[in-house]
Design a protein. Structure first.
Ligand code: HEC
Ligand code: HEC
Length: 290
């Protein structure tokens, strides 16, 4: 055993260990460390007694305070369900106008509808509902099947050209490809169609008169005499500048030559009746209620 040795500089005793001439001072553990050690040990002891702590096989020490996080969560879930049931029942019980007249319900419809739309519809219609080529812009107020909450609800419920028994059905035939119209006739009617929404760009185009004739004979049955569309056939309004597939010469020609048939999935059976109603109200709002 080494004798008690003192460090010549500080006068402190050393532990006697030496590494290459460097010796370790024998400093005691600071009091503050001991203090914290004791306090935390006491705290742990208190905690074990008061709170649920030690597992005992099938059960555990429950603690004197009887605190149970599971009960807290169960209570929170129950409160949330009760709150939801409150507004959900009201949304289901009221008609559309009734829900729309209630600002508090409409606030919830807006939030829930936005989440539902993001989860189910945004892949095709975009997160903002503005759509993209082939997927209609739901904010434009230019409705294929009608823009009332009831008709929007029906579209979402059964889909368009979907697998649902009651699906909405629509088809724009391939007038060019199927040989109903000659290439020049397709050009002429395309020019006429474009002149309806872009009169300046097409002013003086000699084919427009011929196109008007062709339209009356071949297209008016679905798009209407004045080409403003028909909700009965799901045929779009061709006189506004809102296009599903594009309003430039090439796109309009392609629509008439090759036909179009959009597919909108049906949501009955995949979404709850409450969610369908919320989405109908939400989409109606996207189109500015038009
Ligand atoms: C797989 C792509 C796809 C998804 C997902 C989708 N839609 Fe559609 N939706 C379409 C297409 C395509 C059309 C247009 C069909 C046509 O051209 O006839 C359409 C049309 C509509 C229309 C009719 C618009 C009008 O002018 O009448 C509504 C309303 C609509 N969608 C709402 C929704 C809602 C709400 C959801 C989510 C629950 C949704 N869509 C999900 C592709 C989709
Ligand atoms: C049987 C009914 C029907 C007839 C007849 C018909 N269309 Fe259509 N048309 C539709 C439908 C439905 C759509 C929408 C298709 C879709 O969105 O999937 C459409 C879409 C179009 C589009 C694309 C519009 C856009 O927003 O991009 C153009 C252009 C068009 N039709 C022009 C014509 C012309 C021109 C004729 C006559 C030569 C004609 N249609 C005859 C039903 C018809």
């Amino acid at each position: 055993m080494a004798l008690e040795k003192h460090d010549p500089v500080t006068g402190q005793t050393t532990t006697g260990h030496e590494w290459n001439g460097i010796e370790e001072l024998d400093t005691p553990i600071p009091r503050v460390a001991l203090f914290f050690l004791v306090t935390t040990a006491l705290f742990a002891l208190g905690y074990w007694i008061l709170m649920p702590a030690w597992p005992l096989g099938v059960t555990y020490t429950r603690g004197l305070l009887g605190f149970d996080q599971r009960e807290v969560v169960t209570r929170q879930v129950e409160t949330a369900a009760a709150e939801r049931a409150g507004w959900a029942d009201r949304v289901m019980a009221l008609d559309y106008a009734g829900v729309q007249a209630d600002p508090e319900l409409m606030r919830i419809v807006g939030e829930t509808g936005h989440a539902l739309f993001g989860d189910n519809c945004a892949v095709c219609h975009g997160t903002d509902g503005r759509g993209s080529r082939g997927f209609p812009d739901l904010t434009a107020g230019a409705w294929l099947w009608g823009g009332e909450p009831e008709t929007i609800h029906e579209t979402i419920r059964v889909g368009i050209n979907s697998g649902h028994d009651e699906t909405r059905m629509s088809q724009m035939m391939a007038f060019g490809r199927d040989g109903v119209l000659e290439r020049e006739q397709v050009r002429a009617v395309a020019a006429y169609v474009r002149s309806l929404s872009q009169p300046e760009a097409l002013a003086g185009d000699a084919r427009i008169e011929e196109g008007r004739q062709i339209f009356a004979e071949n297209c008016a049955s679905c798009h209407g005499e004045d080409a403003t569309g028909m909700v009965e056939t799901g045929a779009p309004n061709l006189t506004d500048d809102v296009w599903i597939y594009g309003g430039d010469a090439q796109s309009v020609y392609a629509s008439i030559h090759g036909g179009r048939q959009g597919h909108m999935p049906h949501w009955e059976g995949r979404l709850k009746p409450l969610d369908l109603k919320i989405l109908a109200l939400y989409v109606h709002g996207l189109g500015g209620g038009r």
